[in-house]
Design a binder for this molecule. Sequence first.
Ligand SMILES: Cc1cc2nc3c(=O)[nH]c(=O)nc-3n(C[C@H](O)[C@H](O)[C@H](O)COP(=O)(O)O)c2cc1C
Ligand code: SF4
Ligand code: SF4
Length: 272
Amino acid sequence: MALIEVDKQTCTRCGACAAVCPGGFFIFRKGRYPRPIPAIQEFCLRCGHCVAVCPADSLDHREIPLAQCPPIEPSLKVTFEQFAQLARSRRSIRAYKDKKVPREEITRLIDVARGAPTGHNAQTVRWLVFDDRGEISRLSEIGADWMRWSVENKKGMVQFLEGVLKRQETGYDEFLRSAPAIVVAYAEKGNPIAFYDCVIALTYLELAAGTAGLGCCWAGLLQSAATGFPPMMEVLAIPEGHVPCGCMMLGYPRYGYRRSPRRQPARIAWRP
Ligand SMILES: Cc1cc2nc3c(=O)[nH]c(=O)nc-3n(C[C@H](O)[C@H](O)[C@H](O)COP(=O)(O)O)c2cc1C
Ligand code: SF4
Ligand code: SF4
């Protein structure tokens, strides 16, 4: 089949496919059938908007087949209030149960995070997961070495790192909070948009975790060590040509929260 095919038997000539296409890759005139531009194969983002928006299931895409685009289930629609509570009740979890997170559960969360937007629909996000207690302890030990090195060499937030290191040395794992799993999102080096893609995908994962009885906390210290401390880079072993863009702790929260803490009012500038 051609990259895009329109079934003229069912197409209502509504023009929605042409209107939502990010690059305007359809030629559409009122009352006529939409036609992909001749260079569609080269330019198409493979975003699937044309397939997903068609009210008559009349448009198929060779690489995003209609049959593989599940319908949106109206009964599962989330209300604003439900989403607002999910977003506001999300907390950075720093006390985890000593309980392994099944790999199927982590896979389920990553599968949701796959739905996050990516610049130019490049879908560049890659995932690395640590779920072995010994391996995670090793990351924390290397994290402590990184903090010692940073303090000695006066790199970064020295005073802050001194405090964390002091507590880490008492046996409390402030570096990774003894989380039973660590999720790292990484992407190609030198692609500035890929960094945002990873951060957005991890944000999706964190929100999804909250609906599955799990909790997360951004591992900013690990992210810093992972990008500037060779022993940490070695143990992460991110494939050549790629860089870690965000690290997340994951596990079952030891405590539930009863309230959403107050946050500052939004500072919005309206123009004009
Ligand atoms: C960091 C980032 C930057 C983006 N910039 C643009 C943009 O400038 N213009 C645009 O039309 N879409 C932009 N997008 C949207 C992507 O093209 C879109 O997420 C992708 O095509 C997948 O479609 P979806 O979000 O509907 O799944 C951006 C997305 C991300 C994550
Ligand atoms: S898949 Fe996206 S970019 Fe390609 S033709 Fe359809 S809407 Fe346009
Ligand atoms: S969205 Fe579907 S029905 Fe509407 S013009 Fe495009 S192919 Fe035809």
